[in-house]
Structures are given as C-alpha cells and as structure tokens.
Design a protein around this ligand. Sequence first.
Ligand code: MG
Length: 350
Amino acid sequence: MKTIRFLLAVSCISSISLLTLADENDPRQWIGHDRTRPLPAVVDPGYASTQDQPGKAPADAIVLFDGSDLSKWVAVNGEPTRWIIKDGAMECVPGSGYIRTLQCFGDAQVHVEFASPAKPEGSSQGRGNSGFFFGGTRYEIQVLDSYNNKTYADGSCASIYNQYPPLVNASRPPGQWQSYDILWTAPRFEADGKLRSPAHITLFHNGVLVHHNVELLGDTGWVTRGPYRAHPEKLPISIQDHGNPVRFRNIWVRELGKTGRPEFYLADKVLDGFAGKYEVNRDWVVDVTRRDGNLFFRWAGEEFLVFATSPNRFFAKTTDVQVEFKQEGDDTYAYFSVGEDGGMRAKKLK
Ligand code: MG
C-alpha cells in the first residue's frame, strides 16, 4: 500500500511538472469534468458599435483609442503625432506621417473601426487609402475605399497587402463605419535571425471572415514582397498616412498567450536622455549606454539589455534587474534594483 501511495505521489509530481511544461489548456492534461480545473476569468464583454455610437471594449482589453485622446499613439519616431481628433474619431492629417502605439504587442486579438471619406475622391489605390500594421510598419492589412472602386486584388480593402486578397469584398459605402476584428500571431525568430515560425492572420471585415489563419510570406510592401527581417516578438501597431483623411475609432487590443510585462517603444530622444554615468557612491559609477537603438546598463561586471515597461522604467529579460529613472529638481536619478524592490539610488553625473 505504501509503495502504491508513493508511486501515486511520484506520478502526481511528474504530471504537475508536465503541466507546467505543457499547455495548461490542453484537455489531455485534465480528466473529464475535473472539478479542480481552473474556471475562466470573468470578463465583461462590452458591447458592439452602431453607426452612430462607438461600442465598448471587453473589460480585459487595452483600449488604444476611445475617442477622447491620442495618448497611446505617437509618430513613428516617438514624437507627438499631428493626427487630429474630430467628433470622437481620430483622423489622418495627410502629410503628417504614420502613427504607432507607444506600447508593443505580440500575439493579440485586435478590434479597429475605420471610415473612408464620405465624399469619395480619387480612384483605385488613391481612394480612402490607409493601412493597419503589425510588427511596427512591416505587415499591412490594407484599408481602402473598395466600395465600387476597382483596384488590384491584393491591394483591395482587407487584403494583406501584396500577398492575400480578402476572400470576399465586404466593404460598406464611404463615410460609413467599418470594422476589422483581427487575430494576429507574431512571427518568431531564432537568435541568429532565422525564421522559426511565420506570422499568421485571421481577419473579419464587418463581421465577415476574409482571412482564415493565412501564413504571411514576410514583410508586405508595394511592388516588393518579403522576405522576413528578424525583429522582436513584440512591436508597435501602426496606422498609415497614405494621403487620405481616413478616420478611426474604437481601437482595442487583447494580448494573447504568455504576455510577460508590458513593453513600450520609446523615442530615441527619450532613451538618449537616460544615457550617461550614474554615481551610486564615489567608488561606484554605473554606465547607462545606447547601442543599435537599445538601452544597456553595466552592473557587477555584466551588461544588461533593458526593455521599457513604462516611459521611465526598464527591465532585463535575462536576470531580474530593473532601473527606474526619475527627475528630481534639476537632477536625474536612476534607481537600480536586483531581484527585489528597493535598490541603489544613483545620481546622473553632469
Ligand atoms: Mg495602405
């Protein structure tokens, strides 16, 4: 009996460790109707938009635009954008450039609504052109006025530009609000830059399925197509300025999978401002440096590449080290910590 108990205990331990290794949602990890299986989190689903009123995002979504402000959006270089808000929608100001989110996203469910200019002008790619991008500005889902407006198939509204036309053209007339509901699977790359797994997109245009988990061939682009260029799993979402005053509203994201800490993509100018020498005491100076667009600091003989988890707080992915920068009067301070809160306060040398 003792032996049996022991064996049971061992098998429990091994199944627990298997659980942590495998997908915890895999039904093979559980017996049928297992009363110990965790219940799903309760999420208020919000409600859908009408033509007159924007809807409400699910409670666990990150709202990127609710009609009130552009605080989650910047120009591609991280500076303030010149896009405007009018009647609860954000509108592309032709010539002002693309916009992107300050926060970076990997795999995600995304909802966005857009409206082409009510008075259609131009033709083919010149009418109501914008674009919704993942991976910074690498992968474009085309936004276009495709209502009675002929253009090449892989550049029409809801196409994955220069790769996949939508299965059907579910466009509404210009001026009316339309929606994209997107499932984005980010590509993964090996440390040496080789593609490990490609990006995938599922897209509903106005509720109609137009892409069913299609595999992207690489970067989208005019005339040229692909190949993949290695990049971090999480990058900003961007919207295109293609010279047409396309409007957007009710934009939200639900991050999928193991998301880790939020990551932000800050302006070079902001990161440059943090670089310098920080004095912990007379014998200990920590170097904060910039290289290849990234921020590093050197601690105990090790150099750490750090990622922004807010506009002034950074963390490393290899060791639990953090640094938070604070402006106090005329001085900048860095608070370095390892493994636990409460660390070293260091003043930036001028
Ligand atoms: Mg476009």
